[in-house]
Design a protein around this ligand. Structure first.
Ligand SMILES: Cc1cn([C@H]2C[C@H](O)[C@@H](COP(=O)(O)OP(=O)(O)O[C@H]3O[C@@H](C)C(=O)[C@@H](O)[C@H]3O)O2)c(=O)[nH]c1=O
Length: 179
């Protein structure tokens, strides 16, 4: 697998080696040893999540103030624009974002370390989004930052206003958020 740092250097783009043949394809979607070696990270995952969303749905930007979750994210059906925002106080890239298209065709994964906010926009008719997390869901500690916070300035590839949960509609700007 290829591992490439993004403009937030510890957010990693992971491109697995895909073996295609007349039947279709095969790839290791997660290999603990390869992930540890390539990413240089000693990580264990405790939860796998799967969400399905329609075109134009935007989920995010989410994080947990305690029990922060590192996330290894990918798409098995459709295409999304996936975004991580650095909200770690004192980080040299605080307030910056990085975005990548993840799709069923490019098999790309993004590693988002604990402490960042995460969200995605569905570009295809629908999308199935899978991710592993390093800590458990803790709803009492979950927070959201507004997807359109002008201080962050994410260039979402939008053609219409996004579809948001009521929680995400009420999300705060980074400057007002508990981080
Ligand atoms: C995230 C999550 C939700 N749920 C439940 C709570 C709720 O009833 C329902 C839907 O939850 P949400 O609206 O929070 O789902 P969603 O908006 O998809 O939340 C997710 O968004 C992406 C961007 C992330 O990065 C994730 O960490 C997570 O925050 O699922 C769990 O039981 N376990 C979980 O781990």
């Amino acid at each position: 697998m290829n591992v490439t740092p993004t403009r937030i250097p510890d957010v990693l783009l992971i491109e697995p080696r895909v073996f295609g043949d007349a039947r279709g394809f095969f790839f290791e979607s997660f290999n603990h040893r390869a992930f540890q070696g390539a990413a240089g990270l000693d990580i264990s995952f405790v939860q796998d999540n799967h969400s399905r969303s329609a075109q134009g749905v935007l989920r995010g930007l989410h994080y947990q103030v305690q029990h922060p979750q590192g996330k290894l994210v990918r798409v098995v059906r459709g295409t999304v624009f996936d975004v991580a925002v650095d909200i770690r106080r004192g980080s040299p890239t605080f307030g910056q974002w990085t975005g990548t298209e993840l799709s069923e065709d490019n098999h790309r994964q993004l590693w988002i370390p604990p402490g960042l906010a995460h969200g995605f926009l569905v570009l295809s008719e629908s999308a199935d989004f899978l991710y592993k997390t390093t800590d458990y869901y803790a709803p009492q500690h979950e927070r959201a930052i507004a997807w359109n916070d002008p201080d962050i300035g994410i260039a979402w590839p939008l053609s219409a206003p996004p579809v948001l949960s009521s929680k995400d509609q009420q999300a705060k700007r980074l400057r007002d958020a508990e981080i």
